[in-house]
Design a protein around this ligand. Structure first.
Ligand code: SAM
Length: 222
């Protein structure tokens, strides 16, 4: 079982705790996260010394907690998927993406203003993931359907970052909830989007906010 202290933001999972090098300011009006500069300097996988992004945060959580199995829902260009695999050599990571246009997706299809080139992105991810061998498990499917291919209680974390509509985020969390161990974490992206936040508030109250609008919480609180 994991425990989240809502005052300090410390999460205890067995004997492990939230990374000591991440300092949370939990002021709800303006939450921030800081990283211990001395730790940052000696960690080569912190490639951008001035910026913390979702992929670094997830990699740091993986390392600190000793996680060995996780899933990313919504792989896109592979930014997080490839970074985390590269920097967490003990991790096996599922990457789930449809890599096809989704005309019915009310969340977003191309928030960066460019039409997403799914074929190119998929090819890029598959090519670059080859070097990780069995540690990279790519499932090209709807995120909720892909959950059927994953054993219950087998994951240390799931990173929910696919369709950002309220219903889809809720469905993804519900479909993948049984896959995550009781000691594991549900992590997501874009908590600054009200349509995402409403689900996080509903299903995972007490979540912590990480860099780059990432958010997450231990699945079970004691
Ligand atoms: C915001 S991007 C993911 C960004 C990525 N997680 C990262 O950190 O770089 C969303 C991706 O989710 C995929 N996607 C959206 N809805 C999906 C669904 N219901 N099932 C499978 N993939 C989906 C899209 O094809 C797109 O590549």
């Amino acid at each position: 079982m994991s425990t989240l202290n809502l005052t300090t933001g410390q999460v205890t999972t067995g004997k492990q705790s939230e990374p000591p090098y991440l300092k949370w300011n939990r002021n709800p009006a303006k939450p921030t996260i800081e990283i211990d500069p001395s730790w940052k300097a000696k960690n080569p996988y912190w490639f951008d010394q001035d910026r913390i992004d979702r992929e670094q945060w997830i990699a740091s959580l993986v390392k600190e907690h000793g996680w060995t199995r996780g899933a990313e829902l919504g792989v896109w260009k592979g930014r997080t998927f490839l970074f985390v695999l590269e920097n967490c050599p003990d991790l096996t990571l599922y990457g789930v993406d449809l890599w096809s246009a989704q005309p019915d997706n009310e969340g977003l299809e191309a928030y960066d203003g460019k039409e997403w080139q799914h074929k190119k992105f998929e090819r890029n991810v598959r090519n670059k993931a080859e070097k990780f061998g069995d540690r990279a498990i790519i499932i090209k499917d709807w995120t909720t359907k892909a959950a059927d291919q994953v054993e219950d209680n087998s994951l240390d974390f799931v990173f929910v970052d696919a369709d950002h509509s309220t219903e889809a985020v809720r469905n993804d969390i519900k479909a993948w909830w049984p896959k995550v161990k009781d000691t594991g974490w549900i992590i997501g992206h874009d908590i600054n989007w009200p349509i995402v936040k409403v689900v996080a508030d509903e299903l995972l109250p007490g979540y912590v906010i990480g860099p780059d609008n990432a958010w997450g919480r231990a699945k079970c609180l004691t």
